[in-house]
Structure formats: C-alpha cells, structure tokens
Design a protein around this ligand. Structure first.
Ligand code: B12
Ligand code: SF4
Ligand code: SF4
Length: 376
C-alpha cells in the first residue's frame, strides 16, 4: 500500500467536510460491503467539528493514548477551526462486532482459572480489521487513482469513539464506550482516512444518548473507575492488566477478582448488551469465535517465553508480556486462595516470591499477595 505522509494523515483527520457525487459514494459503500464484510455498519463522516490530537507535542508523553497521566485539552479535541472548514477530506468509520448481546452469559469459571475479556478471546482484531480495510482501500485506490487512503484501528492517535459517534454508529455512553442502539457495545472500531470526498448517506444520523438515568456500569465497576462519561484509566482493570508494566497497587488486587486480561464488567451489566427481542443484534465475524475464555493460573505461572508465545499467537493477548501476565495470574490466584485452599497454587506463589531469578516486579507482587493472604 503506498504510504500516506503523516502530515496528510493528520490533515485528513481534521478536515472533514461534505463532498462530491452520490454515485461515487454508492461505489464506495458497495466496495466496503463486498470486500470488508464488516459485521456492523459503515458510515461516512460528515462533520466540520472533529475531535483530534495535534501531531506534535500535544499527545501523551508515553506516546500511547492509554497513558493515565494524559488527557487531551479542550483545544486538542475541538475541531472547530479554519483547517476543518477546508473541503474535500473524509473519514470512513467501521464497527466490527466481536460478540453478540444475544450470547449466553459466560459459564462458571474453573476454580483455578483466570478470565479473559471477550475482545481478546478470538483472532487479533488489529490484524483482522486492517486486513479487510486494506482490501477496501486497495479497491478504492484502483477505482480512484491519485487518491490516498490509510486504514487505522486502535493504535493510531485517532479518537475513534468520537469519530464513530459523529459517523452515526452509536453514542459514547457513560462508561465511555460506543453503544449501537440495536447491537450493544461488543464491537471494535476502525476506519480509513482518504483524500477522496464522499457524501454521507442521507439516512445517516447521530444517535441519541440512551443511557438516561441508568448508572449500572458506574455502580458495578469494582475499582470505581467510572464517573459519567469518563473513565479514570489509572483505576481501570483493563489498563492495569493490559497496559501497565509495573506492579499493580495493592488496593486494586482484590477488586481485580478473576480478571486475568482486561475486564468486561461495565459492558456485562449494561442493559444494551442484554439479549434483545428485535432480532437485529448482529453476529460477530467468524474470526472472533472464542478460542478460549480463560487460562489455568497454575499453567500461566509456569510459562516460559515460548509457552506465552504459543498461547497468545494471533490474538490481542500479545499486548501482555510474560511478566505482566504472570503478575496478573499471581493477583488472581491470591483472590482465589482467599476464597478456597489450593496448595499447588499457593506453592507456586511462594516459589516466585523466593526465587532470586524472578524479576523484581513478580517477586514484589507475590510477596504482597502472600502478606495479604496471611492477614486474613
Ligand atoms: C486508551 C484506550 C483505553 C484505555 C483508556 C480508556 C478510556 N476510556 O479512555 C484503557 C486501557 C483503560 C481501555 C480500556 C478498554 N478499552 Co480501550 N481504547 C483506548 C484507545 C486506544 C484510546 C482511547 C482514548 O482516546 N483515550 C484517551 C482518553 C483521554 O479519552 P477519554 O478520556 O475517554 O476522552 C474521550 C471523551 O470523553 C471525549 N472527551 C474528553 N474530553 C473532551 C473534551 C471535549 C471538548 C470534547 C469535544 C470531547 C472530550 O473525547 C475523548 C475521545 O473519545 C481506543 C482506540 C482509539 N484510538 O480511540 C480504545 C477503545 C476505546 N477501547 C476499546 C475497548 C474494547 C476497551 C475495553 C472494553 C477492553 C476490555 N474489555 O478490557 C476497555 C473498556 C474500559 C472502558 N470502560 O473504557 C474499543 C471500544 C469500542 C467501543 N465499542 O467503544 C476502542 C475504540 C478500541 C477499538 N479500536 O475498538 N482503553
Ligand atoms: S473495564 Fe472494568 S474496571 Fe474498567 S471501567 Fe469497566 S468495569 Fe471498571
Ligand atoms: S450501563 Fe447504563 S449508564 Fe452505563 S453505559 Fe449502559 S446504559 Fe449507559
């Protein structure tokens, strides 16, 4: 795929405007439908006010959007400036379902197992979405020579929920995730930016906010990470277990419960993820068929690099290093042991606490866990 200059990417993101011919759009939408097989929907954005980050010096110091010490300023997020009024750039947003609100609830977990969030149970979405988006972009490149297209999902500094909301894919809800009014929130977001101009379909509407007076996600969050429409990432189990590389503060150990990787609680309790009777809950793409929903903690605690590599192959679990997943496993094992005896599991934590070959992080977490168990 020809590379698109970074500056163009940024300009493309901020410069969203109404564009050209409906027939061209029809081609584009057909191409997206035929080639990408996106499970939820495709929309073309039509907005002169678009959330964005500045490319230089405005993003998180760590370079990653999950940095809990960073928040975009209103200026970063406010797209209402002269650049945005220039014509002829567009962003197409897609949503790709990984689970259905009609799925049965998780079966009870094995006594020694730690749970994986739904989004990471099947194939790696970064690869899956990019593959399908690249196919769409390739086709559009052939149909529209001279135009540039660049696909993104998750990793680019793009505020995907804001864009998707403006593209009519749902509303940014109190737990800060995007909810589609019929399909719920178990989907990924992605899209592509292009120099091509496109007309949003006439039926495209920004969804109303259907959270109303509900506070279930806020009440259910075990670490009190949610205030309406905002998540404190430094308290979120998803951040702690997937992004944080250092030891996890002891006050979060018990609330982590049995979450070995990620957390779905705020989505599980949401009424918009309950089974629906309208028959339009949608089906996830086959690639996301769960290969596993948990791991045996004793296995994880005994893994070496090769074991981790083969267990995580082709999945989004790869984000966790060996030290991170073992750290998480120690914390979850501690929670299991506080409820029921399991001598081999306890022995495994003792071994890590006393092993000078283990990393400082793992030994620290193991000792904190043993102290916690001794206090009970
Ligand atoms: C960083 C990140 C995280 C962090 C922080 C989450 C967060 N709420 O910000 C952590 C690691 C905690 C996380 C967790 C999860 N994530 Co995440 N995450 C991201 C990522 C990479 C960036 C999000 C971001 O912009 N953060 C920056 C902070 C500062 O944003 P914010 O505080 O929420 O501010 C937003 C709004 O409040 C608003 N806003 C704030 N201030 C202002 C001011 C003004 C003036 C305006 C106009 C707007 C505005 O704009 C911001 C952007 O939307 C996106 C992918 C992407 N590139 O967008 C995925 C993404 C949001 N995550 C996703 C998922 C699936 C999850 C998890 C469900 C995974 C799991 N099961 O464990 C959890 C859910 C936790 C939760 N309730 O949010 C999906 C969500 C899909 C959906 N249906 O919405 C995304 C879109 C990835 C993807 N490509 O599919 N995530
Ligand atoms: S993912 Fe879990 S910890 Fe994070 S906000 Fe949702 S319920 Fe809270
Ligand atoms: S649980 Fe309630 S408040 Fe939270 S996102 Fe769902 S509808 Fe909105």
């Amino acid at each position: 795929m020809p590379s698109i200059p970074q500056s163009l990417l940024w300009i493309s993101l901020v410069v969203l405007w109404l564009f050209v011919l409906v027939p061209m759009l029809t081609n584009k939408r057909d191409a997206v439908r035929r080639t990408s097989d996106v499970a939820l929907a495709t929309r073309v954005l039509n907005s002169s006010r678009i959330a964005r980050l500045r490319r230089r010096g405005r993003g998180p110091a760590s370079g990653h959007l999950s940095d809990p010490d960073w928040r975009p300023s209103a200026e970063d997020l406010d797209g209402d400036n002269r650049e945005n009024r220039a014509p002829g750039r567009s962003v197409v947003m897609v949503a790709d379902q990984y689970a259905s609100r009609d799925d049965p609830p998780d079966p009870p977990l094995g006594a020694r197992h730690g749970r994986i969030a739904r989004y990471a149970r099947g194939a790696d979405y970064h690869v899956q979405i990019k593959k399908r988006l690249h196919a769409v972009c390739d086709r559009l490149r052939t149909d529209h020579p001279g135009h540039e297209f660049r696909a993104f999902t998750d990793t680019a500094p793009v505020l995907e929920r804001e864009l998707a909301q403006r593209a009519g894919l749902g509303w940014v809800a109190k737990h800060t995730l995007l909810i589609h009014p019929l399909r719920g929130s178990y989907f990924f977001l992605g899209g592509f930016v292009t120099t091509l101009s496109a007309q949003p379909p006439p039926e495209q509407r920004v969804s109303a906010d259907h959270c109303g007076t509900c506070t279930r996600c806020i009440d259910a969050c075990p670490t009190n990470a949610i205030t309406p429409y905002s998540v404190d990432a430094s308290r979120c189990i998803s951040y702690l277990t997937i992004e944080r590389r250092l030891p996890i503060d002891e006050r979060f150990h018990e609330p982590i419960g049995d979450w070995l990787f990620g957390c779905d609680i705020c989505q599980e309790v949401c009424p918009h993820n309950r089974p629906a009777d309208h028959g339009r809950a949608g089906l996830p793409h086959d690639a996301y068929k769960p290969a596993r929903d948990s791991f045996d903690l004793l296995d994880v605690l005994g893994w070496n690099q090769d074991d981790r590599r083969s267990a995580f192959r082709s999945t989004a679990l790869k984000r966790a290093t060996l030290a991170m997943i073992k750290r998480n496993a120690i914390i979850v094992a501690g929670n299991k042991l506080s409820a029921a005896d399991d001598p081999p599991l306890a022995e495994s934590i003792h071994r890590i606490a006393d092993d000078p070959q283990e990393s400082d992080t793992l030994r620290t977490v193991a000792r904190i866990t043993l102290n916690r168990l001794n206090r009970q």
